[in-house]
Ligand binder design. Structure first.
Ligand code: NDP
Ligand code: MG
Length: 389
């Protein structure tokens, strides 16, 4: 078997660690060529010792010097900075790139992987939210392959016809149903949300994830970003994507067909399932995930999302319908708001207020190239920072 050669961007994070867990179960199938981290140098050093990549990338030249010294006996070349991320994402000796950096920082290297025609395992939803048309055009132009890691989109991908072209009518697809757990505050009285702490917001009932996406799940902005992500991945219109609250997180999403059929993908809430699916696609490999025990699950429940309780979801639909630079503005304002909330500088309920005010402040404009997307990102960050208490 010829091993698939991997670059794992964001290796030190939650998705990165799960990816390496799956990779380690199949040493004959995968070869790790590059690993990247940002601040967790100790984790990256340990990963390099174990997987012996040719390259490692960190945030600063000081950290690169430190890691080089630590890894002197291994022969890993340590690089630093955003350019180096783009470089390892497009190396000729890399077949597939796991895009698992959190936030806007992941856009340039993920786009570099697309332009280099790689097989992209996309976890970094923010890249697609910010630069949907730019990114999808780059994927098409270079003949790159895009495989969704986000559990909902991976479920939709598995539930669509294998030859799905994006033409809903031709394939008899009526709509996409994205499931949402509702996060830790699904049934908390709104009055109690005013004093929510970062620790409470990050304590997700079903999934263990990085802090940013955990807060996004608590505000349901995560689902909003996922609606926009689905728009680009599956060429869907805003009104072809619905959100269904499903507290058990067992059904990861569904596709409704015109004949009345509804196909879904189920499994335990463990990101190693979509990661293994995308790593091996179109084959199937062991992910280390326990088999789903339906008798233990017992019940599957569904509720309508409450757009008043979770204004972030409505804001995401607003940005999607506005188009152009609006999703990039939404994403940037959300990143500033979440960071401020995690630092204790912004109350939980002010997160949507700040995002709405930022959307109001930046006029909607076209965003057909990377420059326009990045300009919207910078302008929105400035506007959002100026609105912080
Ligand atoms: P984590 O916070 O756990 O990990 C983020 C990774 O990105 C780390 O490796 C971190 O490095 C790196 N990183 C952070 N900032 C920068 C930067 N400025 N430049 C380069 N690298 C950086 O996040 P998750 O793994 O939870 O999420 C990663 C992505 O996957 C997000 O886009 C998220 O929305 C998406 N996703 C995650 C899911 C999950 O279950 N966790 C589910 C679905 C999607 P370091 O830690 O060394 O500082
Ligand atoms: Mg998801």
């Amino acid at each position: 078997m010829i091993a698939q050669r991997l670059a794992i961007l964001g290796a030190t994070g939650s998705i990165g660690v799960s990816t390496l867990d799956v990779v380690a179960r199949h040493p004959d199938r995968f070869e790790v060529v590059a690993l990247t981290g940002h601040r967790r140098l100790d984790v990256l050093a340990e990963q390099c010792r174990r997987f012996k990549p040719r390259y490692a990338v960190v945030g600063s030249t000081e950290d690169a010097a430190r890691l080089t010294a630590t890894l002197a006996d291994i022969g890993t070349t340590v690089l630093a900075g955003p350019e180096a991320l783009c470089r390892v994402a497009s190396l000729p000796e890399v077949d597939a790139v796991m895009a698992a950096i959190v936030g806007a920082a992941g856009l340039p290297p993920t786009l570099a992987a697309a332009k280099a025609g790689k097989r992209i395992l996309l976890a970094n939803k923010e890249a697609l939210v910010m630069a949907g048309s730019v990114f999808m055009n780059a994927v098409k132009a270079a003949g790159a392959t895009l495989l969704p890691i986000d559990s909902e989109h991976n479920a939709v991908f598995q539930s669509l016809p294998a030859d799905f072209s994006g033409d809903f009518a031709r394939h008899g697809v009526r709509r996409i149903l994205l499931t949402a757990s509702g996060g830790p505050f699904r049934s908390t009285p709104t009055a109690e949300l005013a004093n929510v702490t970062p620790e409470q917001a990050c304590a997700h009932p079903n999934w263990v994830m990085g802090r940013k996406i955990s807060v996004d799940s608590a505000t349901m902005m995560n689902k909003g970003l996922e609606v926009i992500e689905a728009r680009w991945l599956f060429d869907a219109m805003a009104d072809q994507i619905d959100v269904v609250i499903h507290p058990q997180s067992v059904i990861h999403s569904l596709v409704q067909y015109v004949d009345g059929s509804v196909l879904a993908q189920l499994g335990n809430p463990d990101m190693r399932t979509p990661i293994a699916h995308a790593l091996a696609y179109p084959e199937r490999i062991d992910a280390g995930v326990a088999p789903l025990d339906l008798f233990a699950v017992g019940q599957l429940n569904f509720e309508r999302p409450d757009f008043e309780r979770f204004p972030c979801l409505a804001l995401a639909y607003r940005a999607l319908r506005a188009g152009g630079n609006a999703p990039a503005v939404l994403n940037a304002a959300n990143e500033i708001a979440v960071e401020a909330f995690l630092d204790g500088r912004l109350p939980f309920l002010e997160i949507p207020t700040l995002i709405a005010a930022t959307l109001d402040a930046i006029p909607v404009a076209a965003a057909d190239d990377l420059e326009a997307v990045l300009a919207a990102d910078v302008a929105a960050r400035e506007a959002a920072r100026a609105l912080l208490p």
